[in-house]
Design a protein around this ligand. Structure first.
Ligand code: HEC
Ligand code: HEC
Ligand code: HEC
Ligand code: HEC
Length: 233
């Protein structure tokens, strides 16, 4: 996010005269498409126009004070955290049948189909998420890619069809869309684990023009590139 704020400022000072000479409010209006490229504005997670948000973008998920610290690795969390127990994806490998941890719990605090989207700050009036975006508590994780599993060099050494996440270097984002280069561990894992945030960037549409094409994906699904980033198949 810090990088993004810097690049917004740079864009502002490079913008055409028209933008520079008008008032700040007008600049936002005229240049919003340029200024917000690669940001949350206008994405499916921009809920600022909903009545319960008072025009704010971040508050539904984050708060500067009195945040919820019950989930390990949670960034100043404001939303009612997930407390459900899931029926997880099952294989014979006991290492990948774990309950959601870390930021997967943050995502599921809305995408679980049972916690209201506006359940923060003592309210709860809005509808729940349904359809494929909301998950039924017992089954949705059972039929989804495993999450919250530790993915490290030891796992890759045991299974040669996985790249070593601490060695393989990748690039996500491009142009104004938050470009970053680093290892799989640095860019895709959270707390050393595969989480929802391994494939999705909650704040940005890094690939494609909107979240419908490539739902908040960090790497394109065209040609299964996202899958082939970790799986050497
Ligand atoms: C729909 C929920 C949601 C909204 C809205 C949201 N965030 Fe987040 N944010 C998350 C989640 C989940 C994480 C942890 C997952 C991750 O880091 O990818 C996170 C992580 C972060 C982090 C720490 C990791 C990082 O990316 O640097 C910062 C800083 C942050 N958010 C800032 C913001 C700001 C500023 C806004 C408002 C413009 C905002 N967020 C809006 C859900 C949200
Ligand atoms: C505060 C509630 C909230 C949290 C927390 C949240 N989301 Fe969402 N998410 C939404 C809403 C609302 C939508 C829009 C659903 C719709 O339009 O049907 C959405 C849509 C999506 C979509 C589909 C985009 C599309 O256009 O179809 C994806 C993918 C997604 N979220 C992933 C995540 C991930 C991954 C996390 C955690 C890193 C997360 N969400 C956290 C509320 C949330
Ligand atoms: C291994 C990568 C990966 C992980 C991990 C992952 N997703 Fe996804 N997700 C995808 C891809 C790829 C799509 C797009 C599917 C398509 O368009 O066919 C998607 C689609 C979605 C959608 C759009 C609606 C739908 O079902 O198609 C939502 C919502 C979503 N994911 C939420 C989540 C949440 C919440 C988590 C964590 C519990 C998560 N995802 C973990 C790769 C992943
Ligand atoms: C961030 C790295 C990463 C990405 C991206 C990723 N995976 Fe995985 N995937 C893993 C890890 C780690 C496992 C657990 C180890 C294993 O069983 O191979 C796993 C497990 C699986 C399994 C279950 C294997 C079993 O034993 O039952 C399948 C199938 C799978 N992934 C397919 C996909 C597909 C399809 C995509 C793209 C939509 C994808 N993966 C994207 C890391 C990833």
């Amino acid at each position: 996010m810090i990088l993004k704020v810097k690049s917004r400022n740079r864009k502002l000072s490079n913008s055409p005269h028209l933008c520079r000479l008008t008032s700040f409010a007008t600049v936002i209006l005229l240049c919003s498409n340029i200024l917000y490229a690669g940001s949350m504005k206008g994405t499916a997670h921009d809920l600022s126009s909903k009545g319960f948000n008072a025009g704010e973008n971040c508050i539904i998920c984050h708060t500067p004070h009195n945040s919820d610290i019950s989930i390990t690795v949670s960034p100043l969390w404001n939303h009612q955290p997930l407390s459900s127990t899931y029926n997880m994806y099952y294989t014979n490998d006991e290492n990948i049948n774990t309950q959601p941890t870390g930021n997967s719990k943050l995502c599921l605090s809305c995408h679980d189909g049972v916690t209201a989207i506006d359940k923060f700050g003592g309210r709860e009036t809005n509808p729940f998420m349904t359809g494929s975006s909301g998950a039924s508590v017992n089954n949705k994780q059972r039929d989804s890619h495993p999450v919250s599993i530790i993915f490290d060099s030891a796992m890759a050494a045991k299974d040669p069809s996985l790249y070593d996440p601490s060695v393989k270097t990748i690039t996500i984002g491009a142009g104004s869309k938050n470009p970053r280069t680093g290892t799989i561990t640095e860019l895709l894992l959270s707390d050393g684990r595969v989480q929802c945030s391994s494939c999705h960037d909650v704040h940005n549409n890094l690939v494609g023009n909107n979240s419908k094409d490539q739902p908040f994906l960090k790497i394109t699904k065209a040609g299964s590139e996202i899958c082939l980033t970790c799986h050497n198949k």
